[in-house]
Design a protein around this ligand. Sequence first.
Ligand SMILES: [Zn+2]
Ligand SMILES: [Zn+2]
Ligand SMILES: [Zn+2]
Length: 249
Amino acid sequence: MIVYFIGTGGSEGIPVHLCNCRSCNEARKFGFAQRRPSTLAIIGNKGEVVLIDVGTDIREFLNTPIDAIFLTHWHHDHIYGLYKLRWIARETELYAPRGHADALILQDPKNLKPNIIRAGDKIKINGLKITAVKLNHQVETLGYIIEENGKNVAVLYDTKGLPRETEIILEKLSPLRLAIVDATYPPGFNDPYHNNVDEAGEMGIKYAERVVLSHISHKNLPFLELVNYVRRKWDDRVLVAYDGMVFYV
Ligand SMILES: [Zn+2]
Ligand SMILES: [Zn+2]
Ligand SMILES: [Zn+2]
């Protein structure tokens, strides 16, 4: 499978309007340091296309039928693109947890077909097996483990650490090929709902051969500093996501 990182930012995206912090100023100099809110596409070996979160309008990145859309949770930075995408000219399944569901999307989904799911549910999309797992966040939030031909990829955001029941599932599958982990905040920063970079890298390498840090806020280190920090600490096992990144599993 291929993992296509369409959006790798936190809720505000980078640069933030009128913000003069170092991350936002750097992103005005280097286009690769700009970040849209979280949006991932998984493309399976048989051509399956699955979206995980739609934090941005995807039309210029993915102009293809979508087999299913999975939401991690209903915070605006993970659903914003749905307001546009619900007009899609083809019925499309949407899987999401119940917690804080958006009334407009549920009551007037247009061509989206909402299904409420919970941790432990498994959904098969042709050759992709997708399992929902529980995460630790402000509202009910699901991570996803995507399996194809015995290779596993975990999407673990938004979260602060992991519930024990999710750790047990990941321990059994370890080593996963890839873990994509919430790294919203800079090293040393403590937040009740999101990891910092150290927590994210350590969480990922426990379970996966490679780790990609994503959901990165402008409060984090600027892109170039973050890449240096991560490389010094974990060499090439941990990578910093960027919008447009493609990872071959
Ligand atoms: Zn978020
Ligand atoms: Zn900023
Ligand atoms: Zn959130």
